[in-house]
Design a protein around this ligand. Structure first.
Ligand SMILES: NC(=O)c1ccc[n+]([C@@H]2O[C@H](COP(=O)([O-])OP(=O)(O)OC[C@H]3O[C@@H](n4cnc5c(N)ncnc54)[C@H](OP(=O)(O)O)[C@@H]3O)[C@@H](O)[C@H]2O)c1
Length: 214
């Protein structure tokens, strides 16, 4: 399938491109800069230059699946969290709806499905980030798209175990980016993962079985 990955130059995005290619999909790598093209091609992706804060019509056209794996990161301020993690995501969802593509897979945030309450002292930036992720998820859940929202715990660079724990909520924990990428790809082929949002950490259930259990 033709799969667009927004945030393809990121840590999880690069894994998505490689694994999609390995699985026989046609991965389209959405990047912001021309100079990132050769690296994306090396990973097996077809580069598409687009910015989540700009026009995305050309990027989503003809795709079977759209994945959001982008993020403003911790080095920018809360204004960019709003612009990219919420508004950029919603911009991509709207472009997907317009294009007629049905399947949207969101790399969300742990805790974004919970009641957030007020920020604790010193946690204002994290609270704002999760609130923005929550609002983007809520927009997606209000569409007609076949969405899957994965909400992983702390992301690591550890090797994949392909074993996870999923649930509407799970205890805090961590998970390799590699297993998050594999789960997002497995969700394409698992109808039971459609119209679902779930938290995820490393566990002892094979990814495919975990998605069937949702
Ligand atoms: N860190 C955690 O423990 C954790 C836990 C749960 C969920 N998450 C979520 O997972 C996401 C992915 O994590 P990661 O470590 O793989 O991310 P990452 O390496 O920081 O990559 C994020 C990517 O988003 C791209 N991006 C930023 N602004 C953009 C824009 N306006 N338009 C298009 N692309 C844009 C960046 O592009 P450039 O390469 O051009 O800068 C970058 O490639 C995070 O952003 C976060 O929301 C993280």
């Amino acid at each position: 399938m033709k799969v667009l990955v927004a945030g393809a130059n990121g840590h999880t995005g690069r894994l998505l491109i490689q694994y999609l290619k390995d699985d026989g999909h046609e991965p389209y790598a959405m990047i912001r800069k021309e100079e990132q093209k050769p690296e994306m091609e090396k990973l097996g992706g077809i580069p598409v230059v687009a910015d989540l804060e700009g026009d995305l019509g050309h990027a989503v056209r003809g795709m079977d699946v759209v994945m959001f794996a982008a993020g403003s990161g911790s080095k920018t301020g809360s204004d960019k969290t709003t612009d990219v993690d919420r508004d950029g995501a919603i911009n991509l969802i709207k472009a997907t709806e317009k294009s007629g593509t049905k399947k949207f897979i969101m790399l969300g945030s742990f805790g974004a499905g919970r009641d957030l309450g007020e920020p604790e002292e010193g946690q204002e930036a994290m609270h704002h980030y999760i609130k923005m992720k929550k609002e983007a998820d809520e927009y997606l859940m209000g569409t007609e798209l076949d969405y899957t929202i994965v909400r992983p715990g702390g992301l690591t660079h550890d090797e994949s175990t392909s074993k996870i724990k999923v649930g509407e909520t799970v205890e805090r924990g961590s998970i390799p980016r590699a297993d998050v990428a594999k789960t997002m790809i497995a969700a394409i082929q698992e109808p039971n993962a459609y119209h679902k949002a779930f938290e995820m950490i490393s566990g002892d259930v094979q990814i495919e079985d975990a998605l069937k259990s949702l």
